[in-house]
Design a protein. Structure first.
Length: 326
């Protein structure tokens, strides 16, 4: 099965007798065929057990008998290497190096299974902590050395302020301002954000298709158009002339490759949820982008866009909406 991108780049999928993808080749626009990955294998009920990237890197994905992730491991330098521990209720309680039972990060929960904190697995020191009230509203968050208080009005559960910074809403509950004019947001009649402003100045505008997918963001004469496949996977970002900025390659619901600037192929190593965690430059065989699983539990830790220290940052916005009113 072949998939063409708008610039005529081609992704060629090879399937086994069960219809599972076992090999992926990529032909960049105007380029030659490259092996993206091969030797993909699967567990009896579907999840991928691992594959070999085109430069020989192997990403192994192990699950237990309940199909909970046990480990995801690329043993080469810079590769994704994480193991998972769970309590009897199925809550994630530990992040470890793959194959090593000693946790690097421990996760704690209250009696209702709500996350209360992340601790250093070796020392037990609290890294991030969270508290909630009886109905589940967050009351505080300690991230690093800073603690933020969350406040609510007496007559609703709508968040009114974080660390003393007020929030306002429209009639349907959309956040319209954080800190007065410091950050402001405008929405269309369907509740989708159409504009973001900081200190009164427009920072970005957004447009959507009929499925609610963001297909255009623009500011002044700068445009980015975004395409998706039939399953809603992000396929790529393009400029006003249709030239690709980045294009993604998928193995079912897992992102495994990135075409940057039309022709430069990178490997993506996804976690158990399908989030990108490591991007590898296959030529130099080094990580050029990382997003640690051991960061803040709700995704607020920024990625490292230059882990190889060569001064060339790789920006990959796949992990978050471009504007998020945190």
């Amino acid at each position: 099965m072949n998939k063409f991108f708008p610039d005529r780049a081609l992704v060629d999928y090879v399937h086994n007798a069960q219809g599972q993808i076992t090999k992926v080749d990529v032909i960049p626009a105007g380029g030659s065929r490259q092996l993206m990955l091969g030797n993909a294998t699967y567990y009896p009920f579907g999840p991928a057990a691992g594959w070999t990237y085109g430069n020989g890197r192997i990403l192994a994905r192990r699950y237990d008998l309940d199909y909970r992730p046990q480990a995801i491991q690329d043993t080469r330098p810079g590769g994704l290497d994480v193991g998972f521990g769970f309590d009897p209720a199925g809550n994630l309680t530990a992040l470890t190096p793959a194959g090593n039972p000693a946790p690097e990060i421990g996760l704690g929960y209250d009696a209702l299974g709500r996350l209360t904190g992340l601790k250093d697995g070796r020392t037990g020191t609290l890294i991030d902590g969270y508290s909630v009230d009886a109905t589940g509203n967050r009351l505080s968050a300690k991230v690093g050395t800073a603690t933020q208080a969350y406040t609510y009005p007496a007559d609703s559960h709508r968040l009114s302020a974080v660390a003393g910074v007020a929030r306002t809403y429209d009639a349907t509950g959309n956040t319209t301002a954080i800190g007065g004019t410091a950050r402001q947001y405008t929405y269309d009649t369907t509740g989708r954000m159409t504009q973001a402003r900081r200190a009164g100045a427009v920072t970005m505008n957004y447009r959507y298709n009929g499925r609610g997918e963001q297909v255009r963001r623009f500011l002044g004469t700068t445009n980015t158009y975004t395409l998706y496949d039939e399953a809603g996977h992000w396929l790529g970002d393009y400029d006003s002339n249709g030239a690709p900025k980045q294009q993604a390659i998928w193995l079912d619901d897992l992102p495994v490759g990135l075409l940057a600037n039309a022709s430069k192929l990178h490997y993506i190593e996804p976690d158990h949820l399908g989030s990108p965690r490591v991007v590898i430059d296959p030529t130099r065989d080094v990580a050029v982008w990382t997003w640690s699983l051991k960061g803040e539990a709700f995704g607020n830790t920024a990625p490292n866009q230059d882990p190889d220290g060569d001064g060339a940052a790789l920006v990959l916005d796949m992990r978050f909406p471009v504007t998020c009113p945190h």
